[in-house]
Design a protein around this ligand. Structure first.
Ligand code: FAD
Length: 470
């Protein structure tokens, strides 16, 4: 008898009562579910979309692989995500420019006049950024609770003995870093908003697609796709999760629930928690916000930019909208540039059609490369802001939030309700790594005991197949 035959002979009661319901089949939810299932618990994962992975989403078209959501592991040293990917046989390509570093790898800088900076000029600029960052650490540590990232960066700039031009180049860089790392305008991001931005070791991307990770994590689990959870009711006795599925409303009962939907969904009226989240969880949630951050992929017949650079960056007024293009040719196998519409630009282009986004990009690329720039043969512009199941790309700390807010969001509620997901992990929030660790922590809290994270990719993670993904 196949796993699905077996499932279909179960009583309706067996199909709606579990030890734990996990809401969301992104990385956090799948990690939690897999660890719980490996520990012998009955678990169901309820997922709104028709696929697993959430904000890890890979498009495969005509043999080409494009990661529309996460693409980087931001530092492979001691990384559980890198270890899992390795164990799952996922190929990687080194691409250490994902942290908006000024000089991690060769970067072609173009000055405000559109001319490429000499190596010495580019080095000088990067040294200025490093000098500013060294000052910034102390300024952020001393900052007022309601200080923005703009406030602290301006205070740090004021401490440098630079002329106006030099200050402006670094100021622009800091604005762009806030946008690219958090999808937020520098005045909207908390002073501490980039505290946990450290990268340990090389960064890598996955030429065969990042979604292999969630698909492997989902293997053998009972995942109910196309089930949109509307509400979670909780009490000391357990939880009731109501979802709208293809066949109508489904009510699931369990001893506990792990909710991994993005902050934007948690804050929406379409997702209710009853009774409402208590403090300090509710306060922490109110201070986090989904960002505006979209990817723009431009594929070309021919490469018109230099071969030996990882990225192209332009400075000056013209860089307000588009400032950085990343060369994905090695990972994609054909000449491809990736740029981000991040923060205000993402908000601005939300209503633009694809051709307007492309034209606006080409205008800037022609400033730098002239007539060598041809029309792209293929384009992809993501629309995470309009996706009802993400409502943005990831969460950022608004002015007034504290570095404790991420962890506070995960404080168990009533001993039965656990929030997990990228926004609930303080060390490296907004990443797959954060989602991964938050799922692990949620599973441990449900179990009331520690469980090695390596269980996920070792033999003992073999999950007794209840139902295949359906
Ligand atoms: C464009 C982009 C680029 C990024 N780049 C990187 C990167 O390079 N490196 C990196 O580490 N991170 C990156 N991230 C962030 C990373 O993708 C996320 O932090 C991580 O995938 C979040 O995982 P999660 O499990 O917390 O949430 P999700 O992946 O969002 O999982 C939550 C799940 O809940 C489901 N859901 C939502 N609402 C409901 C509902 N009502 N009922 C049922 N299910 C629901 C969703 O469909 C989703 O599957 C990027 C994200 C985006 C969008």
């Amino acid at each position: 008898m196949s796993a699905s035959d077996e499932a279909s002979t179960q009583s309706p009661e067996a199909d709606t009562r579990f030890d734990t319901v996990v809401v969301g089949a992104g990385v956090a939810g799948l990690v939690a579910a897999r660890l719980l299932a490996a520990a012998g618990r009955t678990v169901v994962v309820v997922e709104a979309r028709d696929r697993v992975g959430g904000r890890v989403s890979t498009e495969r078209r005509d043999g080409r692989v494009t990661d529309l959501g996460a693409s980087w592991v931001h530092g492979v040293n001691d990384s559980a995500v890198a270890a899992a990917a390795d164990a799952f046989g996922m190929r990687t390509v080194e691409f250490t420019v994902g942290g908006y570093q000024p000089d991690s790898r060769p970067i072609a800088y173009y000055g405000p006049d559109g001319e490429r900076l000499s190596d010495a000029e580019a080095r000088g600029f990067a040294e200025d950024v490093h000098a500013l960052d060294a000052t910034l650490l102390g300024v952020v540590a001393e900052s007022a609770p309601d200080a923005s990232y703009r406030d602290v960066t301006e205070a740090a700039l004021a401490l440098q003995d630079w002329d106006a031009e030099r200050v402006q180049r670094v100021r622009e860089y800091l604005e762009h870093r806030s946008e690219e790392q958090y999808g937020a305008w520098i005045e909207d991001l908390a002073a501490h908003g980039l505290d946990d931005d450290a990268i340990d070791g090389d960064e890598v991307v996955f030429p065969d697609g990042y979604d292999v990770l969630p698909r492997r994590l989902a293997e053998g689990l009972d995942v109910r796709l196309e089930h949109v959870v509307k509400g979670v009711r909780w009490s000391a006795d357990g939880v009731e999760v109501t979802a709208q599925g293809p066949m109508g409303e489904v009510v699931l009962h369990a001893g506990s629930v792990v909710v991994t939907v993005p902050v934007g969904v948690l804050q929406s009226e379409e997702f209710t928690i009853d009774p409402p989240l208590p403090e300090p969880v509710a306060g922490a949630l109110s201070r986090l916000r989904m960002n505006a951050f979209e990817k723009v992929f431009l594929r070309f017949e021919r490469r018109f930019w230099d071969e030996d650079v990882y990225a192209i960056r332009q400075q000056g007024q013209e860089s307000r909208r588009w400032h950085s293009w990343y060369d994905l040719t090695t990972a994609h196998g054909s000449p491809t540039l990736l740029t981000f519409a991040a923060g205000p630009t993402a908000v601005e282009i939300r209503d633009w059609d694809e051709s307007r986004v492309v034209e606006s990009n080409l205008e800037q690329l022609r400033r730098l490369f002239g007539d060598r720039v041809e029309e792209p043969t293929e384009v992809h512009v993501t629309r995470w802001q309009d996706d009802p199941f993400s409502r943005g790309s990831y969460a950022y700390m608004t002015v007034g939030s504290t570095t404790d807010d991420d962890d506070a969001l995960a404080i168990p509620v009533g001993g039965v309700l656990h929030l997990a997901g990228e926004a609930t992990w303080t060390d490296d929030p907004a990443t797959v790594t954060a989602a991964f660790h938050s799922g692990h922590r949620a599973a441990e809290r449900v179990l009331g005991q520690s469980i090695p994270i390596e269980t996920l990719w070792r033999d003992e993670s073999a999950v007794p197949v209840v139902n295949p993904v359906r």
